[in-house]
Ligand binder design. Structure first.
Ligand code: SIN
Length: 330
């Protein structure tokens, strides 16, 4: 109670009384994926650790599967302080900062280890604060994994994508990435993707193995290409005013919990995606296409021209820093 009174005094002094209440602080953590995915597991682990260590002071509600807010309204809900934690895909922030679009550039990162290195270096860490002026604080990067292509027909080469409609996240880079192939890119919330694939509004999409599997796309996406052409990662974010209004000692403990959860999520993500890939392969419902080095190169050549289109708005320094991480020597 004493801590909360001092938190309240501090909050009043700073004008940030947003989290200062009599009872435990409620943190609503909303997300759009299933529980058995890297982000879903991370949210549940966060709740468990907070209950164990801060049970008297903080209560956490996890709302999975777009059950509280979906892609269309979750960031606005965060800004309204109707929800206090989100972990949107990095592709969903373009309205708040152009810089995070670096993560959408196709074939920029060789693998998840390279993504990890970028996120840990100075430029990557700075991007966590890129939306402070918009009242969004980046707390951590959480991995999902590399993206794969899926469709109603085999996409062995980029020419096969021509004329198809692909569901994409709300990212201008991803839009260009498909348009450059002569395909149509349709921005849809995650929760609307399966219905659109079922109805035939779109014929293809891209996602990590864990999302392709847990969303049960297999019956309507019989061809999945192990393209590893991009990355699907997340930024754990809070409302800046809410976060800074938390009593200092509570925030310190939450930061420590987030570090622990981030470590767990990022260590488990690759194995979770490998397992999802194996389940899809074993299901008998999916033709899992692997690409030869030459075929992958053809995809790279077809998609990579979008880098030039976006380098100016992302920042050439950021793109170059990201390119560096593929070189193991530094
Ligand atoms: C997510 O993993 O949060 C959803 C990604 C998507 O919208 O495809």
């Amino acid at each position: 109670m004493k801590m909360f009174l001092s938190g309240l005094a501090l909050a009043l002094l700073t004008g940030n009384a947003i989290a200062a209440t009599d009872g435990p602080v409620l943190i609503k953590f909303s997300h759009v994926v299933a529980d058995d995915t890297p982000k879903g597991q991370g949210a549940l682990l966060f709740k468990k650790l907070v209950e164990e260590r801060l049970g008297e002071q903080v209560r956490v509600e996890v709302h999975a599967n777009s059950s509280l807010y979906g892609d269309a309204n979750e960031l606005q809900a965060l800004l309204n302080n109707d929800v206090q934690l989100l972990a949107p895909s990095l592709s969903k922030f373009s309205q708040y900062t152009p810089k995070l679009q670096v993560f959408d550039l196709p074939f920029l990162f060789d693998d998840l280890d390279a993504v990890n290195r970028f996120q840990k270096r100075a430029k990557g860490r700075q991007l966590l604060s890129a939306m402070e002026k918009r009242n969004i604080t980046g707390l951590a990067y959480w991995h999902n994994g590399m993206k794969q292509l899926s469709a109603t027909q085999p996409l062995q080469s980029p020419a096969a994508a021509k004329g198809l409609a692909f569901r994409i996240q709300s990212s201008p880079v991803l839009e260009s990435q498909f348009q450059i192939l002569g395909a149509k890119a349709v921005k849809l919330p995650f929760a609307d993707t399966l219905p659109a694939l079922r109805s035939g509004t779109v014929q293809g999409t891209e996602n990590s193995w864990s999302n392709l599997y847990s969303q049960q796309y297999a019956p309507v996406q019989p061809y999945m290409v192990e393209s590893n052409h991009g990355v699907l990662d997340y930024m754990l974010v809070s409302n800046s005013k809410f976060w800074s209004s938390l009593p200092y000692s509570v925030r310190i403990e939450l930061d420590a919990i987030i570090d622990e959860v981030t470590y767990a999520v990022n260590n488990a993500a690759e194995a979770q995606n490998r397992e999802a890939r194996e389940q899809l392969a074993a299901s008998g419902k999916v033709n899992l296409i692997t690409l030869s080095a030459q075929e992958r190169d053809a995809w790279r050549k077809a998609m990579q021209p979008v880098w030039k289109q976006f380098e100016g708005e992302i920042g050439a320094d950021i793109v170059h820093a990201a390119e560096q991480v593929n070189r193991r020597s530094n």
